[in-house]
Design a protein around this ligand. Structure first.
Ligand SMILES: [Zn+2]
Length: 448
Protein backbone atom coordinates (compact mmCIF):
# COMPACT_ATOMS: atom_id res chain seq x y z
CA UNK A 1 0.00 0.00 0.00
CA UNK A 2 2.57 2.53 1.16
CA UNK A 3 4.82 1.43 -1.67
CA UNK A 4 2.20 2.40 -4.26
CA UNK A 5 1.38 5.76 -2.71
CA UNK A 6 5.07 6.45 -2.29
CA UNK A 7 5.94 5.58 -5.88
CA UNK A 8 2.97 7.33 -7.44
CA UNK A 9 2.68 10.49 -5.36
CA UNK A 10 5.20 11.05 -2.57
CA UNK A 11 8.44 10.36 -4.42
CA UNK A 12 7.51 12.48 -7.50
CA UNK A 13 6.38 15.27 -5.20
CA UNK A 14 9.64 15.21 -3.28
CA UNK A 15 12.14 14.53 -6.08
CA UNK A 16 10.63 16.45 -8.98
CA UNK A 17 8.40 18.98 -7.25
CA UNK A 18 10.40 19.93 -4.20
CA UNK A 19 13.98 19.17 -5.17
CA UNK A 20 13.57 19.83 -8.91
CA UNK A 21 15.54 16.70 -9.68
CA UNK A 22 15.46 14.56 -12.83
CA UNK A 23 16.03 11.29 -10.98
CA UNK A 24 12.62 9.80 -11.79
CA UNK A 25 12.92 10.67 -15.47
CA UNK A 26 16.30 8.89 -15.60
CA UNK A 27 14.88 5.94 -13.67
CA UNK A 28 11.96 5.58 -16.11
CA UNK A 29 14.39 5.73 -18.98
CA UNK A 30 16.63 3.10 -17.40
CA UNK A 31 13.68 0.75 -16.85
CA UNK A 32 13.14 0.96 -20.58
CA UNK A 33 16.73 0.86 -21.85
CA UNK A 34 17.59 -2.35 -19.96
CA UNK A 35 15.52 -4.21 -22.59
CA UNK A 36 17.19 -2.56 -25.60
CA UNK A 37 19.45 -4.65 -27.83
CA UNK A 38 23.09 -4.78 -26.80
CA UNK A 39 24.04 -2.92 -30.01
CA UNK A 40 21.55 -0.17 -29.18
CA UNK A 41 22.94 0.13 -25.68
CA UNK A 42 26.49 0.27 -26.97
CA UNK A 43 25.69 3.00 -29.48
CA UNK A 44 24.07 5.00 -26.68
CA UNK A 45 27.05 4.37 -24.39
CA UNK A 46 29.63 5.32 -27.01
CA UNK A 47 27.86 8.60 -27.80
CA UNK A 48 27.87 9.48 -24.10
CA UNK A 49 31.53 8.53 -23.85
CA UNK A 50 32.51 10.67 -26.83
CA UNK A 51 30.61 13.61 -25.36
CA UNK A 52 32.30 13.21 -21.99
CA UNK A 53 35.81 12.96 -23.44
CA UNK A 54 35.20 16.01 -25.60
CA UNK A 55 34.03 17.89 -22.53
CA UNK A 56 37.05 16.71 -20.47
CA UNK A 57 39.49 17.74 -23.21
CA UNK A 58 37.89 21.18 -23.56
CA UNK A 59 37.15 22.19 -19.97
CA UNK A 60 39.43 20.28 -17.60
CA UNK A 61 43.06 21.55 -17.61
CA UNK A 62 44.42 18.16 -16.47
CA UNK A 63 42.86 16.26 -19.37
CA UNK A 64 43.56 19.04 -21.88
CA UNK A 65 47.25 18.83 -21.08
CA UNK A 66 47.31 15.03 -20.88
CA UNK A 67 45.51 14.42 -24.18
CA UNK A 68 47.71 16.98 -25.93
CA UNK A 69 50.93 15.48 -24.61
CA UNK A 70 49.85 11.97 -25.70
CA UNK A 71 48.63 13.30 -29.07
CA UNK A 72 45.10 11.99 -28.46
CA UNK A 73 42.20 13.56 -30.31
CA UNK A 74 39.43 14.14 -27.79
CA UNK A 75 37.10 15.23 -30.58
CA UNK A 76 37.23 11.86 -32.27
CA UNK A 77 37.54 8.71 -30.18
CA UNK A 78 36.92 6.38 -33.10
CA UNK A 79 35.89 3.24 -31.23
CA UNK A 80 35.87 1.56 -27.84
CA UNK A 81 38.88 -0.39 -29.01
CA UNK A 82 40.89 2.76 -29.75
CA UNK A 83 39.84 4.18 -26.40
CA UNK A 84 41.49 1.20 -24.70
CA UNK A 85 44.89 2.85 -25.27
CA UNK A 86 43.96 6.05 -23.49
CA UNK A 87 45.71 6.87 -20.18
CA UNK A 88 44.43 5.55 -16.88
CA UNK A 89 43.47 7.58 -13.85
CA UNK A 90 44.38 6.54 -10.31
CA UNK A 91 43.42 7.63 -6.84
CA UNK A 92 46.88 9.19 -6.40
CA UNK A 93 46.55 11.17 -9.64
CA UNK A 94 43.21 12.56 -8.49
CA UNK A 95 44.64 13.58 -5.14
CA UNK A 96 47.61 15.28 -6.81
CA UNK A 97 45.57 17.02 -9.54
CA UNK A 98 42.20 17.52 -7.89
CA UNK A 99 41.79 21.15 -9.00
CA UNK A 100 42.78 20.65 -12.60
CA UNK A 101 40.71 17.48 -13.10
CA UNK A 102 37.63 19.52 -12.19
CA UNK A 103 35.84 21.19 -15.08
CA UNK A 104 36.10 24.97 -15.36
CA UNK A 105 32.42 25.07 -16.28
CA UNK A 106 29.93 26.00 -13.62
CA UNK A 107 27.97 23.17 -12.03
CA UNK A 108 25.98 22.60 -8.95
CA UNK A 109 28.52 20.34 -7.27
CA UNK A 110 28.23 17.73 -4.57
CA UNK A 111 31.33 17.03 -2.47
CA UNK A 112 32.07 13.40 -1.66
CA UNK A 113 34.84 11.56 0.03
CA UNK A 114 35.77 8.00 0.67
CA UNK A 115 38.01 6.45 3.30
CA UNK A 116 38.70 3.50 1.04
CA UNK A 117 39.49 0.05 2.36
CA UNK A 118 43.08 0.75 1.42
CA UNK A 119 43.15 3.51 4.00
CA UNK A 120 43.96 6.29 1.52
CA UNK A 121 41.19 8.86 1.64
CA UNK A 122 39.92 10.43 -1.58
CA UNK A 123 37.77 13.52 -1.96
CA UNK A 124 36.02 14.35 -5.20
CA UNK A 125 33.05 16.15 -6.69
CA UNK A 126 30.12 15.25 -8.81
CA UNK A 127 27.55 17.24 -10.70
CA UNK A 128 23.87 17.12 -9.75
CA UNK A 129 23.05 15.38 -13.03
CA UNK A 130 25.52 12.64 -12.23
CA UNK A 131 24.02 12.25 -8.77
CA UNK A 132 20.54 11.92 -10.23
CA UNK A 133 21.57 9.42 -12.87
CA UNK A 134 23.45 7.20 -10.43
CA UNK A 135 20.53 7.30 -8.00
CA UNK A 136 18.28 6.15 -10.86
CA UNK A 137 20.64 3.23 -11.54
CA UNK A 138 20.43 2.23 -7.87
CA UNK A 139 16.63 2.38 -7.88
CA UNK A 140 16.57 0.11 -10.91
CA UNK A 141 19.19 -2.34 -9.59
CA UNK A 142 17.57 -2.64 -6.17
CA UNK A 143 14.26 -3.09 -7.97
CA UNK A 144 15.58 -6.30 -9.55
CA UNK A 145 15.86 -7.64 -6.01
CA UNK A 146 12.37 -6.47 -5.10
CA UNK A 147 13.83 -3.49 -3.24
CA UNK A 148 12.64 -0.51 -5.30
CA UNK A 149 11.98 2.73 -3.37
CA UNK A 150 8.95 2.60 -1.12
CA UNK A 151 9.30 -1.06 -0.05
CA UNK A 152 9.76 -1.72 3.67
CA UNK A 153 13.50 -1.93 4.04
CA UNK A 154 15.67 -2.69 7.01
CA UNK A 155 19.24 -1.50 6.64
CA UNK A 156 22.10 -3.22 8.45
CA UNK A 157 24.55 -0.48 7.83
CA UNK A 158 27.43 1.62 9.20
CA UNK A 159 25.47 4.30 10.97
CA UNK A 160 26.25 6.30 14.09
CA UNK A 161 22.69 6.93 15.13
CA UNK A 162 23.46 7.34 18.82
CA UNK A 163 26.04 10.08 18.39
CA UNK A 164 24.06 12.52 16.26
CA UNK A 165 22.84 15.84 17.63
CA UNK A 166 19.13 15.76 18.41
CA UNK A 167 17.91 17.77 15.41
CA UNK A 168 19.97 15.65 13.05
CA UNK A 169 18.66 12.51 14.67
CA UNK A 170 15.09 13.68 14.06
CA UNK A 171 15.83 14.68 10.52
CA UNK A 172 17.24 11.22 9.89
CA UNK A 173 14.26 9.60 11.59
CA UNK A 174 11.83 11.56 9.40
CA UNK A 175 13.82 10.74 6.31
CA UNK A 176 13.74 7.05 7.18
CA UNK A 177 10.01 7.06 7.83
CA UNK A 178 9.34 8.87 4.60
CA UNK A 179 11.43 6.38 2.66
CA UNK A 180 10.04 3.41 4.57
CA UNK A 181 13.50 2.52 5.93
CA UNK A 182 14.80 1.52 9.28
CA UNK A 183 18.46 1.26 10.17
CA UNK A 184 20.29 -1.13 12.47
CA UNK A 185 23.82 0.04 13.10
CA UNK A 186 26.49 -2.57 12.53
CA UNK A 187 28.65 -0.74 15.06
CA UNK A 188 26.36 -2.07 17.77
CA UNK A 189 26.81 -5.80 17.51
CA UNK A 190 27.22 -6.83 21.14
CA UNK A 191 25.16 -9.91 22.14
CA UNK A 192 22.67 -7.76 24.13
CA UNK A 193 22.20 -5.43 21.18
CA UNK A 194 21.85 -8.33 18.77
CA UNK A 195 18.87 -9.64 20.75
CA UNK A 196 17.37 -6.14 20.50
CA UNK A 197 18.04 -6.09 16.76
CA UNK A 198 16.15 -9.37 16.35
CA UNK A 199 13.20 -7.80 18.14
CA UNK A 200 13.42 -4.68 15.95
CA UNK A 201 13.48 -6.89 12.86
CA UNK A 202 10.43 -8.88 13.87
CA UNK A 203 8.46 -5.82 14.90
CA UNK A 204 9.26 -4.02 11.69
CA UNK A 205 8.76 -7.11 9.48
CA UNK A 206 10.83 -5.80 6.57
CA UNK A 207 10.19 -6.89 3.01
CA UNK A 208 13.80 -6.30 2.07
CA UNK A 209 17.06 -6.32 4.00
CA UNK A 210 19.79 -4.05 2.65
CA UNK A 211 23.09 -4.81 4.32
CA UNK A 212 26.82 -4.71 4.41
CA UNK A 213 27.92 -8.25 3.72
CA UNK A 214 29.90 -9.08 6.87
CA UNK A 215 27.44 -7.70 9.45
CA UNK A 216 24.45 -9.52 7.95
CA UNK A 217 26.53 -12.69 7.85
CA UNK A 218 27.47 -12.20 11.49
CA UNK A 219 23.85 -11.49 12.33
CA UNK A 220 22.73 -14.69 10.57
CA UNK A 221 25.25 -16.67 12.60
CA UNK A 222 23.98 -15.12 15.81
CA UNK A 223 20.38 -15.99 14.94
CA UNK A 224 21.41 -19.55 14.10
CA UNK A 225 23.51 -20.10 17.23
CA UNK A 226 20.80 -18.82 19.52
CA UNK A 227 18.08 -20.61 17.59
CA UNK A 228 16.03 -17.44 17.26
CA UNK A 229 13.09 -16.89 14.95
CA UNK A 230 13.10 -14.02 12.50
CA UNK A 231 10.39 -13.19 10.01
CA UNK A 232 11.77 -14.04 6.57
CA UNK A 233 12.01 -11.04 4.22
CA UNK A 234 11.40 -11.39 0.48
CA UNK A 235 14.99 -10.67 -0.35
CA UNK A 236 18.34 -9.62 1.04
CA UNK A 237 20.50 -7.13 -0.85
CA UNK A 238 24.15 -7.13 0.15
CA UNK A 239 26.99 -4.88 -0.86
CA UNK A 240 29.97 -2.78 0.22
CA UNK A 241 32.01 -5.86 1.05
CA UNK A 242 32.88 -9.00 -0.85
CA UNK A 243 30.35 -11.83 -0.56
CA UNK A 244 31.82 -15.32 -0.31
CA UNK A 245 29.78 -18.35 -1.44
CA UNK A 246 29.69 -19.82 2.05
CA UNK A 247 28.32 -16.51 3.38
CA UNK A 248 25.55 -16.43 0.79
CA UNK A 249 24.59 -19.98 1.63
CA UNK A 250 24.38 -19.38 5.36
CA UNK A 251 22.51 -16.06 5.09
CA UNK A 252 19.96 -17.66 2.73
CA UNK A 253 19.48 -20.68 4.98
CA UNK A 254 19.02 -18.72 8.17
CA UNK A 255 16.75 -15.98 6.81
CA UNK A 256 14.96 -18.15 4.23
CA UNK A 257 15.29 -15.53 1.51
CA UNK A 258 17.42 -15.14 -1.63
CA UNK A 259 20.57 -13.02 -1.41
CA UNK A 260 21.17 -10.47 -4.17
CA UNK A 261 24.74 -9.34 -4.53
CA UNK A 262 25.49 -5.78 -5.59
CA UNK A 263 28.75 -4.08 -6.39
CA UNK A 264 29.20 -0.37 -5.99
CA UNK A 265 31.52 2.30 -4.65
CA UNK A 266 31.42 5.84 -3.33
CA UNK A 267 32.97 7.03 -6.58
CA UNK A 268 30.24 5.56 -8.83
CA UNK A 269 27.40 4.26 -6.65
CA UNK A 270 25.82 1.12 -8.15
CA UNK A 271 28.17 -0.50 -10.68
CA UNK A 272 26.40 -3.85 -10.98
CA UNK A 273 23.60 -5.85 -9.41
CA UNK A 274 22.12 -9.33 -9.62
CA UNK A 275 18.72 -10.05 -11.12
CA UNK A 276 16.63 -13.03 -10.00
CA UNK A 277 18.79 -15.41 -12.04
CA UNK A 278 21.80 -14.78 -9.77
CA UNK A 279 24.21 -15.56 -12.58
CA UNK A 280 26.34 -12.42 -12.38
CA UNK A 281 25.99 -8.68 -11.94
CA UNK A 282 24.18 -6.66 -14.63
CA UNK A 283 26.26 -3.56 -15.26
CA UNK A 284 24.84 -0.04 -14.94
CA UNK A 285 26.09 0.41 -18.49
CA UNK A 286 24.02 3.45 -19.46
CA UNK A 287 25.90 5.34 -16.77
CA UNK A 288 29.31 3.69 -16.72
CA UNK A 289 31.83 2.23 -19.11
CA UNK A 290 33.50 -0.71 -17.39
CA UNK A 291 36.74 -2.40 -18.50
CA UNK A 292 38.77 -5.26 -17.00
CA UNK A 293 42.51 -4.78 -17.52
CA UNK A 294 45.67 -6.64 -16.57
CA UNK A 295 48.46 -5.04 -14.55
CA UNK A 296 50.03 -3.61 -17.74
CA UNK A 297 46.78 -1.92 -18.72
CA UNK A 298 45.85 -4.37 -21.50
CA UNK A 299 42.40 -5.97 -21.73
CA UNK A 300 42.30 -9.14 -19.62
CA UNK A 301 41.47 -12.33 -21.57
CA UNK A 302 38.05 -13.79 -20.76
CA UNK A 303 37.99 -16.00 -17.69
CA UNK A 304 41.05 -14.42 -16.12
CA UNK A 305 41.14 -12.05 -13.21
CA UNK A 306 41.92 -8.37 -13.81
CA UNK A 307 41.53 -4.82 -12.51
CA UNK A 308 38.19 -3.05 -12.78
CA UNK A 309 38.57 0.28 -14.60
CA UNK A 310 35.58 2.62 -14.90
CA UNK A 311 34.65 5.75 -16.84
CA UNK A 312 31.67 7.63 -15.41
CA UNK A 313 29.78 8.90 -18.45
CA UNK A 314 27.97 11.77 -16.75
CA UNK A 315 30.13 13.26 -14.01
CA UNK A 316 30.83 16.45 -15.92
CA UNK A 317 31.94 18.37 -12.82
CA UNK A 318 34.93 16.09 -12.31
CA UNK A 319 35.29 13.50 -15.05
CA UNK A 320 36.59 10.09 -13.98
CA UNK A 321 38.14 8.80 -17.19
CA UNK A 322 39.44 5.21 -17.01
CA UNK A 323 39.67 5.21 -13.24
CA UNK A 324 41.43 2.23 -11.67
CA UNK A 325 39.06 1.29 -8.86
CA UNK A 326 41.44 -1.01 -6.98
CA UNK A 327 38.85 -3.80 -7.23
CA UNK A 328 39.23 -6.95 -9.26
CA UNK A 329 36.89 -9.10 -11.30
CA UNK A 330 36.91 -12.04 -13.70
CA UNK A 331 36.94 -10.70 -17.28
CA UNK A 332 34.34 -11.61 -19.90
CA UNK A 333 30.91 -10.08 -19.96
CA UNK A 334 28.11 -12.58 -20.42
CA UNK A 335 24.46 -12.66 -21.44
CA UNK A 336 21.67 -13.30 -18.97
CA UNK A 337 18.65 -15.52 -19.48
CA UNK A 338 16.34 -12.89 -17.95
CA UNK A 339 16.19 -10.99 -21.24
CA UNK A 340 17.94 -7.84 -20.10
CA UNK A 341 20.76 -7.05 -22.47
CA UNK A 342 22.92 -5.28 -19.91
CA UNK A 343 26.08 -7.43 -19.86
CA UNK A 344 26.85 -9.53 -16.80
CA UNK A 345 30.00 -9.09 -14.84
CA UNK A 346 30.64 -12.72 -14.01
CA UNK A 347 32.40 -12.43 -10.70
CA UNK A 348 33.65 -9.53 -8.64
CA UNK A 349 36.67 -10.56 -6.61
CA UNK A 350 36.46 -7.34 -4.64
CA UNK A 351 39.34 -5.33 -3.43
CA UNK A 352 42.49 -7.28 -3.80
CA UNK A 353 43.47 -8.26 -0.29
CA UNK A 354 46.99 -7.43 0.68
CA UNK A 355 49.56 -10.06 -0.10
CA UNK A 356 51.67 -11.06 2.87
CA UNK A 357 55.41 -11.56 2.50
CA UNK A 358 57.57 -13.89 4.55
CA UNK A 359 61.35 -13.79 5.19
CA UNK A 360 61.87 -16.87 2.98
CA UNK A 361 60.27 -15.06 0.06
CA UNK A 362 56.81 -16.62 0.05
CA UNK A 363 53.88 -14.52 -1.10
CA UNK A 364 50.70 -15.41 0.73
CA UNK A 365 47.53 -14.10 -0.95
CA UNK A 366 45.22 -12.44 1.58
CA UNK A 367 42.36 -14.60 0.25
CA UNK A 368 44.01 -17.62 1.86
CA UNK A 369 42.65 -16.63 5.27
CA UNK A 370 38.90 -16.26 4.59
CA UNK A 371 38.98 -19.55 2.70
CA UNK A 372 40.69 -21.33 5.54
CA UNK A 373 38.72 -19.82 8.38
CA UNK A 374 35.30 -20.50 6.89
CA UNK A 375 35.86 -24.12 7.91
CA UNK A 376 36.08 -23.12 11.58
CA UNK A 377 32.50 -22.23 12.47
CA UNK A 378 33.43 -21.25 16.02
CA UNK A 379 35.48 -18.30 14.71
CA UNK A 380 33.08 -15.37 14.40
CA UNK A 381 35.40 -12.73 13.09
CA UNK A 382 39.08 -12.49 12.32
CA UNK A 383 41.76 -10.13 11.18
CA UNK A 384 45.29 -10.75 9.95
CA UNK A 385 47.90 -8.10 10.66
CA UNK A 386 51.41 -7.90 9.34
CA UNK A 387 53.95 -5.19 10.09
CA UNK A 388 57.28 -6.03 8.43
CA UNK A 389 57.97 -9.56 7.21
CA UNK A 390 58.98 -11.27 10.45
CA UNK A 391 55.64 -11.60 12.12
CA UNK A 392 52.02 -12.37 11.24
CA UNK A 393 49.38 -11.71 13.85
CA UNK A 394 45.97 -13.33 13.65
CA UNK A 395 43.20 -12.00 15.85
CA UNK A 396 40.06 -14.07 16.25
CA UNK A 397 36.75 -13.57 18.01
CA UNK A 398 35.34 -16.97 18.95
CA UNK A 399 32.22 -18.57 20.40
CA UNK A 400 32.25 -20.79 23.52
CA UNK A 401 32.45 -23.81 21.23
CA UNK A 402 35.98 -23.03 20.13
CA UNK A 403 38.20 -25.92 21.23
CA UNK A 404 41.93 -26.11 21.85
CA UNK A 405 42.38 -28.83 19.27
CA UNK A 406 40.71 -26.58 16.66
CA UNK A 407 43.17 -23.87 17.59
CA UNK A 408 46.05 -26.30 17.08
CA UNK A 409 44.72 -27.44 13.70
CA UNK A 410 44.29 -23.81 12.62
CA UNK A 411 47.87 -22.97 13.59
CA UNK A 412 49.15 -26.08 11.84
CA UNK A 413 47.33 -25.26 8.58
CA UNK A 414 48.52 -21.65 8.59
CA UNK A 415 52.04 -22.81 9.39
CA UNK A 416 52.02 -25.13 6.37
CA UNK A 417 51.22 -22.16 4.16
CA UNK A 418 53.48 -19.50 5.63
CA UNK A 419 56.50 -21.72 6.40
CA UNK A 420 58.75 -21.68 9.48
CA UNK A 421 60.63 -18.45 8.88
CA UNK A 422 57.90 -16.19 10.19
CA UNK A 423 56.58 -15.78 13.73
CA UNK A 424 52.87 -16.54 13.98
CA UNK A 425 50.87 -14.99 16.79
CA UNK A 426 47.31 -15.99 17.53
CA UNK A 427 45.24 -13.76 19.81
CA UNK A 428 41.75 -14.54 20.94
CA UNK A 429 40.09 -11.16 21.43
CA UNK A 430 36.70 -9.85 22.52
CA UNK A 431 36.15 -7.65 19.49
CA UNK A 432 37.77 -6.38 16.29
CA UNK A 433 36.88 -2.76 15.58
CA UNK A 434 35.37 -1.83 12.21
CA UNK A 435 36.71 0.95 10.01
CA UNK A 436 35.12 4.40 10.31
CA UNK A 437 32.77 3.49 7.46
CA UNK A 438 31.59 0.38 9.30
CA UNK A 439 33.51 -2.05 7.12
CA UNK A 440 35.54 -4.97 8.33
CA UNK A 441 39.13 -5.23 7.15
CA UNK A 442 40.21 -8.85 6.87
CA UNK A 443 43.88 -8.33 6.13
CA UNK A 444 45.81 -5.32 7.32
CA UNK A 445 49.34 -4.90 6.11
CA UNK A 446 51.39 -2.01 7.38
CA UNK A 447 54.44 -1.13 5.38
CA UNK A 448 57.33 -0.11 7.56
ZN1 LIG B 1 19.42 -11.04 -15.65
Amino acid sequence: MYENIYRKYLLPLFETGLKRRQTLKYWDHAEDSQWWSLEGLEVHQFKALQKLIYHAGETCPYYKELFKSKKLDHKNLGSFQKFSNWPLLTRELITQNRESISSKNKYQRIQKSTGGSSGEPLSFELSMESHERRTAMTHRGYGWAGGAPGTRQLYIWGSHVGELPKWKHWKQELHQRFNNHKIISCFEFTPEKMFEHVETWNKYAPEVIVAYTNPVYEFARFVQENQLDVIPPKSIIVGAEKLYDHQRELIQNVFQAPVFETYGSREFMLIGAECDRHSGLHLSMENLYVEILDDDGNPTPNGEEGNIVITDLYNYAMPFVRYVTGDRAVAGFEKCTCGRKLPLLKKVIGRQLDILDTPDGRKIPGEFFPHLIKDFPAIKRFQVNQAGVEKINLKIVVTDDFRTDEQNILIKLIRECIGDAVVLELDIVEDIPLTKAGKHRVVVKQSL
